[in-house]
Design a protein around this ligand. Structure first.
Ligand code: SIN
Length: 558
């Protein structure tokens, strides 16, 4: 072990990687106990949360209750939710909403209502109205308020343009008396200087969101490259249920629209899906019609498109009052107008697109991963809440619930790193010469290939033959990408490509392992459900450092 003098090191009680709702809520709670560093790879407000239009589900209405919300969540999750976890989260909902209000978040209130009650929206799979929202910009409002609270907090420091690369273990940090296998920090890349830094902490919390960018078409922003998932996997943490990728039924279909979601709340207010022949087709697929769970709606659209050969279906709001549409969805109306679409007056062309990863890093009820010292929250984590299909607008609630759980779990944690002398193994830091980087075209080609393979072969409807083709091609690409990475260790674009190509492969491995159709995973080979379903668990093969060669043997169905 030798101290590395050329690189900067920082120590705090908690290190949070990612700055969405989960990371920021956790930071605010943990800051009551000690210092918190938040590293985030772009601007701090650039997170998946920021794009959440629908809102946050909680049983706050007198017309709702805890049991209905639990039942709707379990029904959507299609037999794979952990009922205890769901119940605990749903029960905590009203308290967690009160806390969000204390940061100044302005959820929409019903007009002309003497009691100033919340205006509650409805989305697919919910048996009643329970979605708190801030018009159609809920995520942005939450993100801004939490960020403002963090930025003003004396115990919190947010580092923008800092990207997590690899986790650091006790044996690499040269810390007296610290378990060699404990996670004690993260190597972080400063995207502006291309220098590596070491952030050590008593607890490391991954809150980097999901990996929607693994698909050609997605509602996710460019940051969603699965960095936390990939870091956790490479470090040996257990990942779970990655085959359950949620496709949102209604992203705008327009040549200039990138990742533009039309919220499910629009259907909650009465919009209906129609096909090219103006037929309301959802009545043929599910009794809840346009408000059926998302997996059902996305698959129904897929079927309509495959049988008709059409490029898109349409969301029809023409029967709704223009004033109501403009009041409730001002941002969507404005954005559609920029594409020349009158949202209230003409059918809006839509297609499904990858939206949310229901699987993730396995955690317990306190957000602990399988590695000591490492926690995961938000979309990065697989908590048992979503099972095989997430109920709409449950994710923001899950994020604040597990932020709260993790913060509680850490209350009595003894200092491990803070206050200790640092002597970090130089091998974790060595800034191997950063080559000028490969040609942009080479990178773009690999990016596009990964995303296209996933879209074409690992989409809404799957089969074994296509999964095998995808796996073979992805493995070839990953080999090239690993070579590129070895030559360009500090190139953020290559780091992201490396993460996304790893995640693509892991999703395929999990999909191959599930020999049934359930929730978001539908395969033509096994159209039915197993009587005793289990989770798909995937672990890195420790024996082959840096390689994943025999995941197949490691991945097993419980
Ligand atoms: C939406 O507004 O349709 C997205 C909400 C969610 O994914 O929970």
């Amino acid at each position: 072990m030798s101290a590395h003098s050329h690189n900067e090191s920082f120590t705090s009680r908690c290190l949070v990687v990612g700055s969405g709702i989960a990371g920021l809520q956790f930071a605010l709670l943990a800051a009551e106990q000690g210092t918190v560093r938040v590293v985030t790879k772009k601007e701090s407000r650039e997170s998946n949360t920021n794009y959440a239009q629908g809102g946050i589900a909680a049983a706050v209405s007198p017309l709702d209750d805890f049991h209905h919300h639990v039942q709707d969540t379990l029904m959507a999750g299609d037999g794979l939710c952990n009922e205890e976890v769901v119940s605990r989260m749903v029960e905590a909902g009203p308290r967690l909403i009160d806390r969000l209000l204390s940061y100044g978040i302005q959820f929409s209130r019903a007009e002309n209502d003497e009691d100033n009650e919340f205006e509650l929206g409805r989305e697919g799979g919910h048996s009643r109205r329970r979605v708190l929202h801030c018009k159609d910009l809920t995520g942005r409002e939450i993100e801004e308020r939490l960020l403002a609270a963090c930025v003003g907090h004396p115990n919190i420091k947010v580092d923008e343009n800092h990207m997590g690369l690899e986790l650091i273990f006790g044996h690499q940090a040269g810390l007296e008396g610290v378990d060699a296998e404990r996670v004690v920090g993260c190597v972080v890349l400063d995207r502006q200087t291309h220098r590596r830094k070491v952030f050590l902490a008593d607890a490391v919390v991954l809150a980097t969101g999901g990996c929607g960018k693994v698909y050609s078409y997605t509602s996710n922003p460019d940051i969603a490259t699965g960095d936390g998932l990939a870091m956790a996997f490479r470090a040996g943490a257990e990942l779970r249920n990655l085959e359950f990728v949620q496709f949102h039924p209604t992203c705008l279909y327009h040549p200039r629209a990138k990742s533009f979601l039309i919220s499910e709340a629009v259907r909650g207010e009465g919009a209906v899906l129609i096909n090219g022949r103006e037929e309301q087709f959802m009545s043929r697929y599910h009794p809840m019609q346009d408000l059926a769970p998302r997996d059902v709606v996305a698959r129904s659209i897929d079927r309509e498109l495959k049988t008709s050969g059409d490029q898109c279906v349409f969301l029809d709001l023409r029967h709704l009052s223009r004033k109501k549409v403009e009041d409730r969805f001002p941002n969507l109306v404005k954005q559609c107008a920029q594409f020349g679409i009158d949202m209230a007056g003409q059918p809006v062309p839509v297609v499904p697109a990858a939206h949310y990863m229901c699987g993730g890093v396995s955690v317990d009820l306190e957000a602990r991963t399988s590695l000591e010292g490492l926690y995961a929250i938000g979309e990065t984590a697989c908590t048992g809440v979503h099972g095989a299909n997430r109920l709409a607008s449950n994710s923001l609630l899950e994020a604040v619930f597990f932020a709260d759980q993790a913060a509680h779990a850490l209350e009595n944690m003894q200092p491990v790193v803070s206050g200790n002398d640092l002597s970090v193994d130089s091998s974790v830091l060595d800034a191997i010469p950063n080559n000028s980087g490969p040609e942009v075209m080479v990178l773009e080609h690999d990016w596009d290939s990964v995303r296209r393979i996933m879209w074409d072969y690992v989409g809404i409807v799957r089969d074994r033959e296509r999964l095998d083709i995808a796996l073979a091609r992805l493995r070839q690409i990953r080999k090239t990408v690993e070579d590129l990475f070895r030559e360009n260790l500090n190139n953020p674009d290559i780091v992201e490509l490396r993460n996304i190509s790893l995640l693509a492969e892991l999703i395929v491995l999990c999909a191959r392992d599930r020999q049934e159709s359930r929730g978001l995973h539908f395969t033509l080979d096994y159209p039915g459900k197993l009587d005793q379903p289990g989770d798909t668990i995937i672990l890195r093969n420790h024996a082959i450092a840096g390689e994943m060669a025999s995941c197949k043997e490691e991945a097993r169905c419980e």
